[in-house]
Design a binder for this molecule. Structure first.
Ligand SMILES: [Cu+2]
Length: 308
């Protein structure tokens, strides 16, 4: 059984059971009546057909009862949804970025991680954004699932209630490696979280954002490794192993040409990935402009130089 690890988990579970309960009752009742009538009025009994004129009470009943049931489902669903969309004052804001095919998280002090870290017992607002196609951020333990749509500022709010590590998953089919689009969520005691958060916060404030992250970690946090490997095997995009100085056949404005990978080429491939497409790979990489800073780009490039 997945724990109810958030303030809205019980509400969601109750609504779910309520709707399933009604559905089961209706399914059983309708199926029973169908089978009963099939047997009762079977052909071999030769029951003469009657001309049925209507029955006001019956008609009102089967209109009013389902209407009440459906409105009750709507009401409870709406109450639960409203809870997730009401952001309490002082909620911590974490920016959740989805892309094909990974998640990354950015905190108010600029810290970025691959694991979503949250303090227990404190309300949080997750701001959801997509860099490419429609994804959905789903954490079963929190009973939270919300679409992550490019160009839309979607969000969801709740309070984690149990310390532990949980799974987050993309819940909207988004292409080839959708099923690998997972992340861990770590709910920490308030003290541990503050220690982690402020230690890195000072680094961020000093203007040396992400000095704690190596080029290799940046590739992970920025989602590059969702499509590119560092071990030589091709994935959705070409491997990073031995990329520097490699001769690559690329398609530029519909014409095939050969390039030698150098610093300028890598830079251009990050900022304008559609300008040169390596032959044999799909043209699906989003631009990293505004996502990878100049400092980070330099760090990534110096890492790639060494990746023989
Ligand atoms: Cu996805």
């Amino acid at each position: 059984m997945i724990p109810k690890a958030s303030s809205i988990a019980a509400t969601v579970d109750n609504i779910f059971l309520f709707i399933v309960g009604i559905s089961v009752v209706l399914l059983v009742a309708i199926t029973f009546l169908m089978v009963y009538f099939v047997i009762k009025y079977r052909r071999s009994k030769n029951i003469p057909p009657a001309n049925i004129e209507g029955h006001t009470l019956l008609e009102v009943t089967w209109t009013v009862v389902p209407t009440i049931l459906v409105m009750a489902m709507f009401y409870y669903g709406w109450v639960g949804f409203k809870e997730m969309r009401t952001v309490p004052k002082g909620a911590a804001v974490v920016k959740v970025t989805g892309r094909m095919w990974s998640w990354s998280f950015e905190y108010e002090n600029g810290r970025q991680t691959k694991v979503l870290k949250l303090p227990v017992g404190k309300p949080v607002k997750l701001e959801l954004q997509s860099l490419d196609v429609i994804h959905a951020f789903y954490v079963a333990a929190f009973r939270v699932k919300e679409d992550v749509v490019p160009g839309l500022n979607n969000y969801i709010s709740f309070t984690p209630t149990i310390v532990g590590t949980y799974d987050a998953q993309c819940a909207e089919y988004c292409g080839l490696r959708h099923s690998y689009m997972m992340a861990k969520v770590e709910v920490m005691p308030e003290k541990d979280f503050q220690e982690w958060y402020s230690a890195n916060g000072e680094v961020a404030k000093a203007g040396v954002v992400e000095k704690g992250l190596t080029g290799e970690e940046l590739l992970d946090v920025k989602g590059c490794l969702g499509c590119h490997t560092t071990d030589g095997s091709p994935l959705v995009g070409p491997t990073f192993k031995g990329i520097f100085g490699r001769k690559e056949a690329v398609e530029t404005e519909g014409k095939e040409r050969r390039v030698v990978v150098d610093e300028d080429y890598i830079r251009k491939s990050m900022l304008e990935p559609q300008s040169d497409i390596v032959v044999g790979f799909p043209p699906i990489m989003p631009s990293q402009e505004g996502i990878v800073t100049e400092e980070e780009m330099e760090q990534i490039i110096s890492y790639l130089k060494e990746l023989k």
